[in-house]
Design a protein around this ligand. Structure first.
Ligand code: C2E
Ligand code: CA
Ligand code: CA
Length: 722
């Protein structure tokens, strides 16, 4: 829009120069014109006056000679006028206007036959007339002057000369004609004009030089300021405008420099904020990525460039936040950031990516200083407890390492692989590091594909529930069924929950899937109840995230209502580690579920560190001893001692015990010996589809006469109620 209107750019200096030169020209032209005009007219007038004086003197002198007819004296008079270089010719006439004599002083100049001025205009009062004319023959201009020769009737001409008295009755005795040449005048004017021109040129030259000098003094600093402003608009703040003119421009430059200085400070602050984590003041993800990208580029050019990337995630940092509060969590992060920096060289970068995630970039790695060495050092220094508000806190971290960053093309890829590897370290048991290999990448890709498929699994009815019977040792009957989800993947076949439940948890699909399991399991148990197996309690595993997202109680309430299953025939299994991590949350959820008469079971008991005390204060009716302990009891006396202790303790607290993962007869014998209440495991039954369970129930369980059978009640007895 502006381009069409854009005029040709004229710089300030050009405008300023043009204006000043114009002023100088106009002034000098005005002055010269005025001078020339005055001088020329003055010279012309003085020449005319000069001619008039000559003519008047000649007419007075010749008065007597004309009167007496003395031609010789007349000639002498005429010749005496030759000395005046302006006089070109002289003529004398008698009163009858007849030429008496004449003389031309210019070579070849013809005297006009009659005076240019007319005789008739000459009066006896002595009026002298003149007129300028152009002589075509020699191309010169002349002034022709005609002066009357006056005599007085009452006096002789000599008397007039002697006593100088004013005569009376004048009359014309003749005429004197004098021709003045303008040649000399023209020459003189020409000379004057030349010197005037030279003077004016000199004046203009001086003016122009002065203007240029002045312009330079005014516009040079402006130019400097202009280019400095352009630089700023392009983001170049590292500059200083040097102007020392002792005037407003100098003030302007000073203010400008000050402004640039402040802008620079703001820019640096802004840059710092944009590239640093406000809590720890470490570089943030953006800066890390920028440096990583630069290093990748460098590695492409320099084959000796070797660098590694570490991705670090604190283990169970959430516990610190939840138990000591976010402020303490923040303080801990700052302390950890300091410790990480201590482990590195100045040239390395440690960045915080947010939360409890850190990334480290090691440049110039070699045999001595390499990623594994740094990871070991970090794990080692983290072992020292941190003291926070009087609490001693031990943190650990899981670290993923990409050893050869130089083989990558994109920073995101390095980070992705370091992240994947960090997960591997976590899965391998936390507080350790893992080094990336390509197999990990494949499994990560697999994970992504699986995630995409999982979104559709429910709609496509690919999810199925298997049920694993729980047998009562005292009644020798199936009293419960654990719901275990599986995914019938169209390409990959049956996928077990350990493979996709973590994925569902990460993507929040767990709420939807968990809800589906609750609905399915409850409906299925209602079917079995209706078949007469009303002593069967169904259990459903819930993830800690389902508890956190708070949708669980409503989901259970709605399902119990819609299926019509008695609340006592449904239980939730919560792992010991979930209980330990989120005690408050479990208590809250328990209260809500308790109102609906739904009970909780502690799953995978014995591998966490629940104290007897905490168990006593938690509202669990049943606990399930973890498979790993059960599998050891036949061989490991410690394991069997622990299992026995757990069973004894539970009995004293009136909590029922299930042993899971029972695979051998020997294990069963021991558990029977320890008076374990219920058994679950391959020894009796593997998880099976609902139809198979129906067949087994028909063979093994007698349909109960009423829904409140002893066994069911025994199984669901709430600790403390009896
Ligand atoms: P879990 O709660 O500990 O479930 C018991 C697991 O042990 C099941 O594995 C079961 O098949 C297996 N098992 C049973 N008896 C034996 C035995 O004698 N020997 C051995 N070696 N294993 C036995 P599964 O079905 O693969 O489930 C794995 C885990 O997935 C479960 O561990 C549970 O934590 C989780 N899970 C299963 N279904 C769901 C669900 O619907 N929601 C949630 N949130 N988690 C689920
Ligand atoms: Ca379970
Ligand atoms: Ca278990």
């Amino acid at each position: 829009m502006f381009a069409s209107k854009a005029k040709r750019r004229i710089s300030i200096a050009t405008k300023f120069n043009l204006l000043t030169i114009l002023i100088i020209l106009v002034t000098s032209a005005g002055i010269s014109f005025f001078l020339v005009h005055n001088v020329v007219s003055y010279k012309y007038n003085s020449l005319v006056r000069h001619g008039l004086v000559i003519a008047s003197m000649a007419s007075q002198t010749s008065e007597y000679y004309i009167y007496t007819g003395d031609t010789e004296s007349m000639m002498q008079l005429i010749e005496s006028l030759e000395v005046d270089e302006d006089v070109a010719y002289v003529c004398l006439f008698n009163k009858e206007k007849k030429q008496l004599m004449h003389k031309s002083f210019k070579y070849g100049l013809k005297i006009p036959p009659a005076p240019v001025t007319r005789f008739i205009d000459c009066s006896p009062q002595g009026k002298i007339l003149y007129k300028e004319f152009f002589n075509k023959e020699n191309g010169n201009r002349y002034i022709d002057i005609l002066s009357p020769v006056i005599i007085f009737a009452d006096k002789k001409p000599t008397d007039i000369l002697v006593d100088n008295q004013k005569g009376i009755n004048p009359e014309i005795a003749g005429y004197v004609q004098v021709g003045l040449s303008l040649e000399n005048l023209h020459k003189r004017i020409k000379q004057f004009l030349i010197s005037a021109l030279a003077f004016t040129s000199f004046f203009i030259m001086v003016g122009v030089i002065l203007t240029l000098f002045l312009t330079k003094r005014i516009t040079a600093p402006l130019k400097k300021l202009n280019s400095a402003t352009k630089n700023i608009s392009e983001g170049i703040f590292e500059q200083h405008v040097n102007v020392h003119t002792n005037d407003e421009i100098s003030d302007f430059a000073g203010a400008f420099n000050h402004m640039v200085e402040r802008l620079r400070v703001y820019r640096d602050q802004l840059r710092h904020t944009a590239f640093h984590d406000p809590l720890t003041n470490l570089p943030n993800r953006n800066l890390f990525m920028e440096r990583l990208e630069r290093l990748i580029e460098h590695a492409k050019r320099d084959k000796n460039c070797a660098f590694s990337v570490l991705f670090l995630d604190l283990d169970r940092f959430k516990v610190v936040n939840d138990s000591l509060g976010h402020l303490a969590g923040d303080k801990l992060l700052v302390l950890i950031a300091q410790k990480l920096e201590e482990c590195l060289r100045k040239s390395d970068t440690v960045a915080r990516f947010g939360g409890d995630e850190f990334a480290i970039l090691l440049d110039n790695v070699d045999d001595d200083f390499n990623a594994k060495f740094v990871a070991e050092r970090i794990l080692e220094i983290l072992k020292d407890p941190f003291v926070l508000d009087g609490h001693r806190i031990v943190v650990s971290a899981s670290i993923g390492i990409v050893l050869k960053g130089e083989f990558y093309n994109r920073p995101e890829d390095i980070l992705r692989d370091a992240d994947t590897t960090m997960y591997r370290a976590k899965m391998n048991g936390k507080a350790r590091y893992a080094v990336f290999n390509t197999e990990m990448h494949a499994s990560a890709m697999n994970f992504l594909q699986l995630e995409a498929d999982l979104w559709h699994a429910i709609e496509r009815s690919e999810l199925v529930i298997y049920y694993q019977p729980i047998v009562s040792l005292t009644r020798d009957e199936i009293v419960g069924l654990e719901s275990l989800i599986r995914w019938q993947h169209p390409q990959r076949g049956l996928i077990l929950p350990d493979e996709f439940i973590p994925l569902a948890e990460e993507t929040r699909m767990i709420d939807k899937i968990g809800h589906w399991v609750i609905q399915k399991a409850c409906a299925q148990n209602k079917v079995w109840h209706d078949m007469g197996f009303s002593n069967i309690t169904i259990t459903v595993n819930v993830s800690v995230l389902q508890l956190r997202h708070r949708e669980l109680p409503d989901q259970v309430r709605a399902t119990i209502k819609s299926t019509g299953l008695p609340a006592g025939a449904f239980k939730l299994e919560i792992t010991e580690s979930t209980v330990m991590e989120s005690r408050e949350l479990v208590l809250e959820i328990f209260k809500e579920l308790n109102d609906m008469k739904i009970q909780l079971m502690m799953d995978d008991f014995g591998i966490g560190f629940s104290s007897i005390h905490s168990l006593k204060n938690l509202p669990f009716s049943t606990l399930k001893i973890d498979r790993s302990l059960i599998s050891d009891i036949a061989m490991n006396p410690d394991a069997s001692a622990i299992v026995k202790a757990i069973i004894d303790m539970a009995r004293s607290l009136k909590i029922k015990v299930i042993a899971e993962g029972v695979e051998t007869q020997r294990q069963l014998e021991l558990l029977r010996l320890y008076q374990c209440d219920y058994i679950q495991g391959y020894l009796f039954y593997s998880p099976m589809k609902a139809e198979e369970i129906t067949n087994i129930l028909r063979q093994r369980n007698k349909p109960a006469s009423d829904t409140n059978s002893d066994i069911t009640r025994e199984f669901i007895t709430l600790w403390g109620e009896n």
